[in-house]
Ligand binder design. Structure first.
Ligand code: TEU
Ligand code: CA
Length: 558
């Protein structure tokens, strides 16, 4: 058990565009965030992760950066940012920034230069290839649809973009580029930030040859992910970054890593390897995907979730560290996805929170999760803002799918589900802006909002506060080992945590039914204290038998 502040912390993610607008232009901003810091402090979070606030043409809402050392004008100024950091530190919280260095914006000065000629000193900052037989250099598709290569007439070559064509991939093979990035990171760290969340950081190393992906006969392009995820030099780059930059500061790092396995995560996060503190894995977020990926809908089988999360808990138990999340700006709202956003919204949101926050790892809360915000359904595609949604919509239409079918996928999985404005109160636009919001507010804001949640002692918000408080009171929640209970039960997710003779038992009913269980018989106990539960009148167990109400969650200290 190696103690670290970032293991004991709870992180809160802010998506600035949608958090709080201070000047009525309909776009969240830094002064808006500053005005809500007391709210976050009262919730009890320790670390704030800010999604990108850098200068950007906003093709992908700031994940396309045109200047890594400037603040997006819509969000404020560097002065506002300095004030934000100061105000966060004054409240004894920490700030981590988003580091998006797999790609830049095509409007970054490096790329503007690189495009000018093959001899330009910045040319090699990006990944250029000649075409093959008048076509793209290989058959990879971009994660947002279409080819991953964009033809550039001026120099008669293609550049690689794993995301939109306005997000050209940076060439990490080039040591000058790597140094440039390390210096930029250092510049932010010297300003006093407390770490980084690193965007698709396991994509930065690509094999020189860039082989074709395996094509599906009916598709034009194929996935190259096998070649660019966890690529040949990835550990070398992360170790270099750690040595050159991170090791000189007491900071936390979390790498976003689609396609990471527990075996790889162990390497990425174990201390001796000197790479990162933790990673965001994606396996549990893919359990409701059909064979054709995220838009192909499939109901969640609880046994899959139990198996998956348990695998991650066990794999990183002694070496490495887990990050715990159900939500972020790319994922639909968890209460709509794995819970019930109708009559049992409050119960199921609390149950899901219990399940996650009692596991071993650092928990992440995404803005609005703490009040049980839900998915949205806009009637018109015009109301959606996300580039991924629009590219998906266009491609599916071209393939002949019905609008109804396409919208069904967007309603379930679209990223804008989590990007609607934060719901602060019951006034117009949920108190987010006095102007016209850049994306529509969820119509349920009169019922689901911060003001109401603070006033109601039984709200999801107060439940989160309690969960965070418990983490500060019981070491077993942070450092205890994990073991699954009732392995094959299709509706109950139960586990225990143990540390120095202390045991925590976590019991979650994932169904809308009452369920009788004897889970407590699996642990020997003299006395049992209930630490938290989401029903006030939980059935009192007799000889280990208990009846769990719909979505009931309980945590016992044995
Ligand atoms: O996301 C990376 C990623 O692979 C996915 O989560 C992606 O968002 C896609 O939706 C899969 O369907 C990161 C950022 O979190 C995301 O917001 C950015 O769009 C992306 O990188 C590019 O920077
Ligand atoms: Ca604003």
């Amino acid at each position: 058990m190696h103690k670290k502040w970032w293991k004991e912390s709870v992180v809160y993610q802010i998506y600035p565009r949608s958090f709080m607008d201070s000047n009525g232009d309909g776009i969240g901003d830094l002064q808006g965030i500053i005005s809500k810091l007391d709210y976050l402090k009262n919730l009890g979070v320790d670390v704030i992760w800010l999604s990108p606030v850098y200068e950007s043409p906003n093709d992908d809402n700031g994940y396309d950066i045109s200047d890594y050392q400037a603040i997006m004008r819509e969000f404020g100024t560097m002065g506002d940012w300095d004030e934000l950091l100061k105000e966060i530190h004054r409240r004894d919280m920490k700030l981590i920034m988003d580091l998006v260095v797999n790609h830049s914006s095509d409007e970054h000065k490096w790329f503007v230069e690189a495009k000018k000629s093959k001899e330009n000193p910045y040319r090699d900052y990006y990944i250029w290839r000649k075409g093959k037989d008048g076509k793209e250099p290989n058959n990879w598709y971009s994660n947002f649809g279409g080819s991953a290569w964009q033809y550039d007439e001026q120099t008669d070559e293609y550049y690689l973009h794993l995301f939109s064509k306005k997000q050209p991939d940076l060439n990490w093979e080039n040591p000058t580029l790597r140094n440039e990035i390390y210096e930029m990171m250092q510049w932010w760290l010297d300003k006093g930030i407390d770490g980084f969340r690193m965007d698709v950081i396991n994509f930065i190393s690509k094999p020189e040859e860039m082989p074709d992906g395996e094509p599906k006969p009916w598709k034009k392009y194929a996935s190259g992910s096998k070649y660019y995820r966890n690529g040949p030099r990835i550990h070398e780059y992360l170790q270099e970054m750690n040595k050159m930059v991170l090791s000189n500061y007491d900071v936390m790092t979390v790498g976003e890593m689609p396609g990471v396995t527990p075996e790889l995560a162990e390497i990425y996060t174990q201390e001796e390897k000197k790479e990162l503190n933790m990673v965001f894995q994606f396996e549990h977020m893919g359990l409701d995907n059909g064979p054709n990926g995220k838009w192909d809908l499939k109901p969640l089988d609880l046994l899959d979730l139990k198996k998956n999360l348990t695998k991650w808990q066990k794999a990183l138990e002694d070496k490495g560290w887990n990050s715990l999340y159900f939500n972020n700006h790319d994922q639909p709202r968890i209460v709509s996805r794995f819970g019930n956003d109708g009559p049992l919204r409050v119960e199921s949101a609390k149950m899901l929170a219990t399940l996650l926050h009692m596991m071993k790892g650092t928990p992440y809360i995404y803005q609005g999760e703490e009040i049980g915000m839900t998915n949205v359904q806009f009637d018109s595609i015009e109301d959606y803002r996300d580039i991924e949604i629009h590219q998906f919509y266009q491609e599916q239409l071209e393939e002949g799918l019905s609008v109804g079918k396409i919208m069904e996928s967007i309603y379930a999985k679209g990223r804008d589900n989590s990007r609607t404005p934060m719901q602060w109160d019951h006034t117009e636009n949920a108190g987010f802006t006095t102007g016209t919001p850049w994306i529509k507010v969820n119509t349920n804001y009169k019922k689901v909002n911060v003001k109401g949640a603070i006033a109601d002692p039984n709200s999801i918000y107060h439940y989160y506060r309690k969960l965070i408080e418990l983490r500060k009171e019981h070491e077993v929640i942070v450092y205890g080992n994990y073991d699954l209970l009732l392995e094959n039960h299709p509706e109950i997710f139960a586990y225990k945590r143990s540390l120095n003779g202390e045991t925590l038992v976590v019991i979650c009913n994932f169904s809308e039914k009452e369920i009788e269980t004897n889970v407590l018989q699996e642990v020997t106990f003299d006395s049992c204290e209930m630490l938290i539960s989401n029903y006030q009148d939980s059935d009192k167990e007799e000889e280990g038998e208990m009846i769990l109400l719909p979505y009931e969650a309980r945590v016992y200290l044995v």
